[in-house]
Design a protein around this ligand. Sequence first.
Ligand code: DQA
Length: 139
Amino acid sequence: MKKLIIINGPNLNLLGKREPNIYGSLTFTEFLEEVKTKYKNVDLDYYQSNIEGELIDKLHEVGFEFDGIILNAAAYTHTSVGIGDAIKAIETPVIEVHISNTFGREEFRHQSFVSPNAKGVILGFGLQSYELAIQSFLN
Ligand code: DQA
């Protein structure tokens, strides 16, 4: 059984309440339940933090053990050299995901410190972005 983890960065704990016109009205807990029911053949873990260093610690912790990491570093995507370096330092492949199409939004969201170190990038498909990332690890 593949061991995968979804790691969500800052403000993603507010999914369902936060700018629903951009991020939708489903909470991540609701979404995760649906996904776990659908992908019973995946050992799927979940972690969320609003704190940059905690996200880095989690990448270190799982990055030599898990088969895949699905990372939405949220706003830190655009600012964090530390998260970019952590992805470089670990062995587990990382897929970068975003709910929104960051390239259709403000200029500062076009820059990513995650992308150059990621196996691939999936964005703009709403919460389905996470599901597509799971599928890519299963193929
Ligand atoms: C996001 C896009 C980021 O620019 C933003 O800061 C987020 C969410 C997304 O999933 O669309 O918090 O990563």
